[in-house]
Design a protein around this ligand. Structure first.
Ligand SMILES: [Fe+2]
Length: 474
């Protein structure tokens, strides 16, 4: 076995919590963005046994589970360990090590947490992030998520951006370099190195090490505005499917998922129950997309069935794109978000009897919306979270507010959402940073909402119902 350099450069992560277990993850990559085609991450083409430990305490004196996972070249020396037999609603700590023959290194420790038992009424603290274009800024917002140590972190897409360095970026926009060569991702090595470049950011590693994540992708994990097996630009679909398959593989290799890619697909829609309080329903709005159909028939049937059967106080859709109707000032609608799929949206809305909460991202601005069914009956709310770093589009946000009375709040900072769902209420804070063009921005709450009668209720007196548009900081 070859000696390798320090292999835990990409940190550790956990995810997909149930009431009895989590997945813990790491990937061995002594040279995270190395270009040697025979050595992804700088690893030799051999399998390395990786020892793992899960403990009740930070000092690893009360170890409750341990074992060895094989890290092989097929999955870029990533390991995904299913840990089971844990207590519900409990904190755990985990770490990895490689044998002395491979250098004997031990990883940093991560903290994770299981979901509550089915009958539990305990509140769940969650954070939601999206749109973290690396070259657009520093990930201070993710560092603040780490500080909050939520029970679970959702990422609703655009975890990476596949693009390369633009020929002529707007002044001040290109804040830090991508991995070399700074080109658009097309191959497995490109996507692997893009994830690895992102994970060289200490704030991103800290957010993964602080709490279990349940992510869902949007388009930029593969290609801007792709739909199903169609690239969206009229290029060769067979070539695109090969590219999508590579992108999905790299995605799997960098997240603690419960499932592996099968053929050209990766099953991403899923249900994460948190006691009697919340059913989190995570939706894949990209992989099965067809004209007129965002989710695909199987996923829609699954979703409607889950919504129908749910007895949880809150039914939370965790998904990438703007769900509420959003008419632009010129009368047009988005062709990439739910406005392009109104019949499917109506079917989803008619499957709920209230208590609906939609978490979304994609538009690089904070918005909050009331949701009603076709008959105008309030059924819940949508919280659209801004970007971690990605620059906002040039839209007239005051005019969007004026044209859409059910959209009740806008804010133009970068940041994330932080919420608490309990049996008697749900509160959500829009947490924002003041700058991303350098590290170290503080964080503050710019607005906070509750839900009353399946409608938004402003909880910070003056923060409820008007635009707080700010010029972007970069
Ligand atoms: Fe984005």
């Amino acid at each position: 076995m070859a000696k390798i350099g320090y292999p835990f450069t990409l940190g550790v992560a956990s995810g997909e919590p149930t009431s009895s277990g989590v997945i813990i993850w790491t990937r061995l990559a002594p040279d995270p963005v190395g270009l040697d085609p025979g050595r992804p991450g700088g690893m030799p083409a051999e399998t390395v046994p990786v020892r793992w430990q899960v403990a009740e305490d930070e000092r690893f004196t009360k170890i409750v589970a341990t074992g060895t996972a094989q890290a092989g070249p097929q999955w870029a020396h990533s390991v995904h360990v299913k840990v089971d037999g844990l207590r519900p609603a409990a904190d755990y700590h985990y770490r990895f090590s490689v044998p002395a023959a491979s250098g004997g290194a031990t990883s940093p420790a991560g903290r994770t947490r299981t979901a509550p038992a089915r009958e539990s009424g305990d509140p769940v603290r969650f954070a939601a992030a999206s749109c973290q274009r690396y070259e657009h800024g520093h990930f201070s917002a993710l560092g603040h998520i780490a500080d909050e140590r939520p029970d679970i972190v959702f990422h609703v897409g655009d975890y990476i951006y596949e693009g390369g360095r633009p020929a002529d970026p707007p002044p001040g926009r290109y804040v830090r370099p991508l991995e070399r060569p700074e080109r658009t991702c097309r191959t497995l090595r490109d996507y692997r190195n893009r994830y690895a470049r992102y994970r060289t950011d200490a704030d991103l590693r800290a957010a993964h090490a602080a709490a279990p994540w349940t992510p869902i992708w949007d388009d930029h994990e593969v290609r801007d505005n792709y739909a199903g097996t169609r690239p969206g630009d009229g290029s060769d679909p067979e070539e695109f499917l090969r590219r999508r398959t590579a992108a999905y593989q790299a995605y799997y290799e960098h997240f603690p998922l419960r499932v592996r890619p099968v053929g050209t697909g990766l099953h991403m829609y899923r249900w994460r129950p948190y006691g009697r309080v919340a059913d989190f329903l995570v939706l894949d709005a990209r992989q099965y997309r067809e004209p007129g159909d965002m989710l695909g028939r199987a996923q829609e049937e699954w979703l409607v069935g889950r919504l129908d059967a749910s007895t949880a106080r809150w039914k939370v859709l965790v998904q990438p794109t703007f769900f509420a109707r959003r008419q632009f000032p010129d009368g047009s609608l988005s062709t990439d978000a739910w406005d392009a799929f109104p019949a499917q949206r109506a079917r989803v809305l008619s499957a709920v009897d209230g208590g609906l909460v939609v978490l979304s991202g994609d538009v690089h601005n904070n918005w909050a919306c009331d949701l009603a069914d076709d008959a105008g009956r309030p059924v819940g709310v949508e919280f659209v979270g801004t970007a971690i770093t990605s620059a906002p589009p040039a839209t007239d946000n005051a005019a969007i507010l004026a044209a859409n009375p059910h959209i009740r709040f806008h804010d133009g900072h970068r940041g994330y959402m932080s919420g608490t769902a309990g049996p008697d209420g749900l509160e959500l804070a829009y947490r924002v940073v003041d700058f991303v063009d350098r590290p170290g921005s503080p964080v503050r709450t710019v607005a906070m909402f509750g839900v009353e009668g399946d409608r938004l209720k402003g909880l910070i007196s003056d923060a409820g119902l008007k635009s707080r548009d700010q010029p972007p900081s970069n």
